[in-house]
Structure formats: structure tokens, C-alpha cells
Ligand binder design. Sequence first.
Ligand code: FE2
Length: 339
Amino acid sequence: MLRQTTLVGLLAAVAAGCAPDAGDVVNVYSHRHYDTDDELFDRFTEETGIRVRVVSASADELITRLEREGTRSPADVLITVDAGRLHRAKTRDLLQPVESPVLNENVPPHLRDPEGYWYGLTMRARIIAYHRDRVSPEELSTYEALTEPEWEGRILVRSSENIYNVSHLASMIAALGEEEAEEWASGVVANFARSPQGNDTDQIRDVAAGVGDVALVNSYYIGRLLHHEEAASRELARDIGVFFPNQDGRGAHVNVSGAGVTAHAPNRNNAIRLLEFLTGPEAQEAFAEANYEYPVREDVAWAGPLADWGEFRPDSLDLAQLGELNNEAVRIFDRVGWR
Ligand SMILES: [Fe+2]
């Protein structure tokens, strides 16, 4: 009789969605590698008593690891820095859908998976960084205008192997169609200052050094240079202007770093609580202050460089499409010779 009562109670708890997890722990596989995140995890533990164990690696390594571990995986949460990777994890059945009124409230619909497989934690804008002495913001307008002959030999951008570029081109395909997006990519290649090399920070440094005049990069890398521990880096960053393209049209391309609950999460409820915490006001402010990323929440004020760069119109494209158009984008890069 006692056993039956316990079982009924347990079933009721499961039905109510509040079944306790076996441990007071949540296991996170993360491609983010910032001090801010560790501080936030500590605060989460203070608030909830749930310890956060983190495995850090690249998104591709973490996805491979999840596939290998299968149902035995200890992971509860996967965090990546691109919606395209989250989509990939979803299509490989590595994530599970989550229904949380708190998450739906915290994260605007276009910055999360429509079925609840992943949620954006921070937003990043792909902007045009320009040298203040050699380029006037009046000369800049759209991503599309970078194919004009006046930009010949002046554009810096990293390799097409990087997911930021793949997602950006995916957004161009969504906006313009495949044919025009290919013409755009080909036009940008024709205006390269050099064949792609280095990361986003290198492109910014090389704009400052005069290798090129403009660069396509994520905005937070400029924030990091402005607050770099070396004075020389802070100084060169002050020569760089931030331009948000396509403000009279669809808006600047944005992506998210985001997270989903893994398909076989042993601590599913703890995982959901962590996502709710990371999209809460305290964590959202911390992401913006320490890593110069944009909060996904609309009610969190922008401080520091974000406030200096001012308001902008982000492209409201449903980010799930970035993953869906990923392969098409890669094929275009190959065809136009964007290495
Ligand atoms: Fe990055």
C-alpha cells in the first residue's frame, strides 16, 4: 500500500513537471569560454544549491562527444556560440524540446527554436568595422554595397570555414535568394584586401594597421579590444568605428550564443532552471557588461560600448533558418572561392 502511494505521488510529481532530479548537479557542455560564465554558474549554485560541472570544447567536438556517448551521456545542457550549431545538434537528435513559460517570456520568439529545442542566451551583431581616418560612416550603408568597385582591395574578413560567416551568408540567402546571395559573396571576394586568414580580432587589428579599411566582424570583439589589458590594443581599438548595416532595410545580421537541454539529460529540471537563470535579468546584464554581447531580453539596459555604439535595428529573421540554409551557404562559398 505504501509503495502504491509513493508511486502515485511520484507520477503526480512527474505530471506536474516538478519531479526532483536525482542529484543537485547540472552538467554543462559549453563552447563558451569566458570568465563571466564561470561567475554566473557560481551565482546559480549560491541561489539554487545546484552545482554546475562544465566541460569546455569546440561545438563540433561537443556534438561528436554527445553522439558517441548516446544515452549514457552525463551532459544536461549544450551551450554553443551560433544558432547554426544548435540547429545541427537538434537535427542529430542530441537535444530535447523544453516547454517553459519563463524561457518563453525571457527570449523573444525569433531568438529561440520554435519547438523549444534551444534558446538564445546572448545576441551578437555582425557589423562593419571601419578605420575612422580612412572611411567615413557616410560611405557605408549595406552588406550588399560592399561589392561596389570603390571597396576593391579594402575588405578584410575571416575564412568561410568559420560558422559566423556561414550563418551570415545563410541570412543573405534568406533575404535575397540563392542567386543574389552568390553574386554578393562573389563581389565581396573580388574586393578582398587579402585572402582570408586569422580570426575576427585579427581583422580588426589589421584594419587598424592599414592592411584593409573595413572588416566584417562580430561587434563584441571591438568591445574586448577597447578593454584589453594591453594599452596598445586599447589604443588601436579607438581608431575603429562600428557601423550597423542595412538599417533602412531588414537590419544588421545577428546571431546568438544559445543553449539547449540534451536529449538524455539525467538532470533535466536542473538544466531548465539553469537556462531560466541564464536568461534572467542578472545574468543578462553580466553577459553585456563583461563580454560586450547584447542581452536577448528587451528589458535589460545596455552599458559601456553597447551604449556608445547606440541603438540599431537587428534583422528579425527567424534564426532557425540559419541552420537550415547552412549547407547552401557552404556550397556558395566554395563556388565563389571564398576560402
Ligand atoms: Fe566569437
